[in-house]
Each structure stands twice: as C-alpha cells, then as structure tokens.
Design a protein around this ligand. Sequence first.
Ligand code: ADP
Length: 401
Amino acid sequence: MLDRSAQPAMQRDCLLVINAGSSSIKFSLLCGDTAESLETIACGAIEAIGSAPHFLVGDQAGARLAERRWDEQASHDALLGHLIDWIEAHAGPNRLIAAGHRVAHGGLDCVDPQRITPEVMAQLRALEPLAPMHQAHNLAPIDALARLHPGLLQVACFDTAFHATNPAITRMYGLPQALTDAGVRRFGFHGLSYEYIAGELPKHAAQPPQARTIVAHLGSGASMCAMVDGKSVASTMGFSALDGLLMGTRCGALDPGVVLYLLQEKGMSVGQVENMLYHDSGLLGVSGISNDVRTLLASDSAAARTALDLFVYRAARELGSLAAAAGGIDTLVFTAGIGENAAPIRARICEQSAWLGIDLDRDANLAGQPCISTPASRVAVWVIPTDEALMVARHTFALRP
Ligand code: ADP
C-alpha cells in the first residue's frame, strides 16, 4: 500500500502525471492539499513499449513497489490500463482525481495549461507536424485514459508555454513574412523545467528586480533559456527541438545549407535526414561511441573527447549569445541530468565563460553543492535539480474542480 501508516488514513486527492515518449511512459503519483505541498508518493515508467514492455514503480525513497514484464507487444490501452489498475489497487485511501500530461507543443494559442476537451485535442493534434518526435506520443495516453477512465479530469501542460513572453522580434526568422504568419517561428521548449527553476531560484537567493538569469537545462535533450525577472526572453531552441546546443543524439544549431546539400547532393531522403538529425547526431554521432556523458567522460578515446569539447564549446557560445539577449547575466543555473551530475562539464562551461564574470568554486562544484561560484564571482552559479512532473502536477491541481 502506498500509505503504510498504522493510523486510519485520511482520504487524500492524488494526481497522476504522465510524460510519454516514443517508447516509454514516465509517470508520477502525487498527493497534497495545496499545489505547493504536493509530494510524490510513487513514480516509475513503462519502458520498451512496442517491443517487450517493462513496468516498474517505486516509492519516493526509490524502493521498488511493483514490476511486471510483457513478452509480447502490448497496446497503450493495455499498458495504461495496468497502471490505472495498479493505482486503484494500491492507492489506499487516496483517490485519483486528475491526470496531468507533459505536452511538447501548445502552438501560439495554448500558453496556459488546458483542460482536455475534444476541441483542445483537435487543436493539439494539428500541431503534430511541428513536434514530429514528441506530440503524437504525448497525446496517445490522453486518448487511452479517456477511454479507460472516462470522466477523469485530464490537463495538458506545454513545453512551449513559458516562452510566450519572448519579445516578438526574438521569435522571428529572417523568412518571408507570410511564413512567419503561418507559424514558422521560434517557440522554444523545456518550458516546464524553466518555469520550475524560476520558482525555485528565489528560495536559494533573493533575486533583485530585473535579475538576469540563464538556465542551462542539460539533459539528453538540452537547451538554455535567458530570463529577466523570472520571465523567458530568449532560448536556444526554436521552431523545433533540434536547434541550439549539441544534444545526446540531436545535432543542435545547423546551417540550413547542410540540409539542402544532403538532399540535393548526397541523395538522402527527407526521412533519412530527419532520422540523422534527431537520432544519429549529437554526442553519439560525433563520438561514434555513446550519447551518454557518463560513458564519454569515462572513455579515453579521442573521439569521446572531441564530442565533449564540442558540447562544452556550443554551450559556452550560446551562453554568450543569451547574455546578449538578456542584456547581461547575474545568475547561471545548471539543471537536468548532465547539469545536475556532471561536475567536469559544468567546470569547463564555467571556465570558458570566465569573461562573463563567472568565477567557479572548484571544490563546491566537485562536492555537488548548490552554489558553485566563489563569493567574488560577479555571476552567481547554482545547481538546482529540476522537476517537470511537479510543475505539471501543480498546474493540474490548480485546474481541478
Ligand atoms: P531526459 O530527461 O532528457 O531523458 P536527463 O535530464 O535524465 O534526460 O539526462 C540524461 C543524461 O544525463 C544522460 O544521457 C547522461 O548523459 C547525463 N547524466 C546522468 N547522470 C549523469 C552523471 N552522474 N554524470 C554525468 N552525466 C550524467
């Protein structure tokens, strides 16, 4: 049982948060009486969807609560049905009142979290071509839950929404205006992570009015966001989640002339180019070894070193660009898998950015402390773990009846 207390427990409302990808569904179950007091009581994932699905759920301390494997392919409905059955069998006195979903694209219109209705779903489906690797996968569990649990409140929260505050000029490409009007513009992603960090940072250090912060969300997908006064003013991702930094398997910023060359001169099909840019590039493509920074740091191969050199160079260069967009930088925050865990990568990005006034405290960085800049550093540097699921849960809680 999730509630192991010996006392007769009070019934509490709980929320399911879903972050669905092409072959996995990550989920969390949270309880609380207010949006700010929500706490995770269980989290897990269904991995290897489409081949040999594996369901694993643990409690907040990481102890395993349940596990199941399927030998055969199982449908989304069957897998989510198993999750809902598990929640209902193990929720004790807790009552599932809503499901919140991380959805990549909200387009120009969805800048606030949305209660799911058939009209909202139609709007979000129309955005699938703008996020071909994410949107359809994000929407599939919404459809499945609507069938399995009709009447359950479902809420979509968007990775693009936080960047709706970007000034119009920063959202444009130098393309004919008709294309800009048709939606070919910068949107930016990882917004739920940035929104969470914007809320956490003032808990670590008081922020002066108009404080200029750059957040480096360095995970398998990676981007940076410049904020002024806690609001996004620019980000490294644009129309798609390909732009900006070098990522695990994505190329980051690329001269569009390269794409034309591959299509026209190398005879590659659109599908081959798409696959290469999303899945075969980045740290994996450059190193030829792995998309995982842990593996590359442990390797003594020259190709692994080159991949990490390029990762650091691109990050430091974009940091300078975002500082220009924000009119300077007072605080730098590292977050997500690489940002939170890879001290040598943080150190190298900070060292290459010393000209901005960043002075790294090497011992604090190695010790994994939250503040990793020296007292003399003009720019404060923090490491703050992100929590996109909690952000989705807070938005979902706010929209419950
Ligand atoms: P996502 O949520 O986008 O899948 P994460 O934020 O979990 O990604 O980041 C995953 C990446 O973080 C891994 O691919 C790996 O490169 C990096 N990472 C995780 N832990 C460590 C670690 N201890 N040291 C270095 N890199 C790490």
